[in-house]
Write a protein that binds this ligand. Structure first.
Ligand code: BDR
Ligand code: CA
Length: 315
């Protein structure tokens, strides 16, 4: 890998709702030499839990992750009715891509219990990477508050200063705003990778050419995903798909690709127009203690080099 400075492997649990960009995040985490994927926990989000679980199992097998436990979690938000993003990710959750049925099943333990047990048995060296609605993480915090002192960091894909499902809210926070509020107010060390950041990780035509030049089964799979995913982004005026979720894994691999700022962030759960909004106190006007490291800028070139370098590992 290009960055020689990174030595130790970072242990992560990926909490996901695959999801086109979740699938790319799994592929990045699976083969990057600086990540140890301890487990994959599943939540309902982009599509329902049966589909997100099936997709996770399929993508994990594609990535050769047969030794990593996959645990089913919450099938609905804490309080509200489920909202899906199948208008973005397709009815299946991974667009029109067809993958073989998985050989392995999910483990016989709820994701919330898997999270609690794994954290409690750890040396406090596990980073949680939630890239779907925060239901599983909030439930784990409520069921066993002692996990808070065991979490090294939570690197969340969610929020931002603008919305994608409503004018003010990002999908993951909107899909379970009460859970997002619990997690952001928990006191755990949190890095928030919101839309302001992930819209800097756009798979442009030039990026797709780089991926295509790898010419292996994984690069072809990613191009298929992107072909489906980019439609809505192009309709919205972007030059390609914003690949949100892999940014969180990239942050765990090498945070020097990002600039961040420690700020106060709270989640709106009552607003008529702002349900699920991440309210970011940029100028400290509330006087409240900063609680979130907010990602501001991404080194686009190094991000895509990291992704394509890792995909070469699949040759
Ligand atoms: C987030 O919402 C989901 O649709 C994506 O997978 C990503 O996690 C972006 O708002
Ligand atoms: Ca996701």
């Amino acid at each position: 890998m290009a960055n020689q400075a990174i030595t130790a492997k970072r242990k992560i649990i990926l909490d996901c709702d695959p999801g086109l960009d979740d699938a790319i995040a799994i592929l990045l985490a699976a083969r990057n030499p600086h990540i140890e994927l301890v487990g994959v926990t599943i939540v309902a989000g982009n599509v329902g839990l049966d589909k997100t679980t099936l997709n996770a199992l399929k993508v994990c097998e594609l990535a050769g992750l047969t030794h990593v436990p996959v645990a089913r979690g919450a099938d609905r938000p804490l309080l509200r009715e489920p909202v899906a993003a199948d208008y973005v990710h397709g009815e299946s959750g991974i667009g029109g891509v067809v993958l073989p049925d998985p050989v392995k099943a999910s483990i016989n333990r709820h994701a919330v219990d898997f999270l609690i047990d794994t954290l409690m048995e750890s040396d406090g060296d596990i980073t949680l990477v939630p890239i779907g609605p925060l239901t599983n993480i909030a439930l784990a915090m409520r069921k066993e508050p002692r996990i808070l002192s065991k979490i090294q960091e939570i690197v969340i894909m969610g929020g931002g200063t603008f919305g994608n499902i409503t004018p003010s809210a990002e999908f993951n926070f909107y899909a379970d705003a009460e859970a997002a509020r619990v997690v952001l107010a928990s006191g755990a060390p949190i890095t928030m990778i919101g839309l302001d950041l992930t819209h800097q990780a756009v798979a442009t035509e030039a990026v797709k050419e780089r991926i295509a030049s790898l010419d292996n089964h994984i690069s072809r799979f990613i191009l298929e995903l992107l072909g489906f995913y980019e439609v809505i982004y192009k309709e919205r005026g972007l030059p390609g798909a914003a690949v949100h979720d892999p940014c969180c894994v990239a942050y765990c691999i090498d945070p020097t690709l990002f600039t961040t700022k420690l700020l106060r962030v709270d989640i709106e759960t009552r607003g008529e127009l702002s349900y699920g909004m991440s309210v970011i106190d940029t100028y400290g006007v509330t006087g409240k203690q900063p609680n979130v490291r907010v990602a501001l800028t991404l080194d686009h070139e190094r991000f895509w080099s990291m992704l394509t370098d890792t995909m070469k590992e699949y040759a």
